[in-house]
Ligand binder design. Structure first.
Ligand code: SF4
Ligand code: SF4
Length: 87
């Protein structure tokens, strides 16, 4: 197991910048939910590269993303496109 990028939705929602979604090297890994007004990470696709952390902290100036041990994530496996959420 490993670390996964985790988005603080409250901080992210104050920005609406979408920046991290354009820099993640993995397809369909970090996306933006218009319903939540926040970016979110598909846990099964994150490769722990931390690029999104630096983009959010250093470019967006929001610091809304941190790396969390996979067992400590609030939302464990989120598949928003299929509508299936397993906690
Ligand atoms: S870069 Fe940060 S503030 Fe911008 S959408 Fe991503 S998580 Fe939200
Ligand atoms: S850590 Fe890397 S792979 Fe994971 S969401 Fe961030 S940019 Fe994408």
């Amino acid at each position: 197991m490993y670390y996964i990028a985790d988005v603080d939705k409250e901080i992210c929602a104050s920005s609406n910048c979408h920046l991290c979604t354009t820099y993640c090297p993995e397809a369909n890994c970090i996306n933006y939910s218009e319903a939540d007004k926040s970016a979110y990470v598909s846990v099964d696709r994150c490769k722990s590269c931390e690029i999104c952390v630096y983009i959010c902290r250093d470019i967006a100036k929001k610091n809304a993303i941190s790396m969390k041990w996979i067992n400590d994530l609030n939302e464990k496996f989120v598949f928003k496109h299929s509508g299936l959420v397993i906690r």
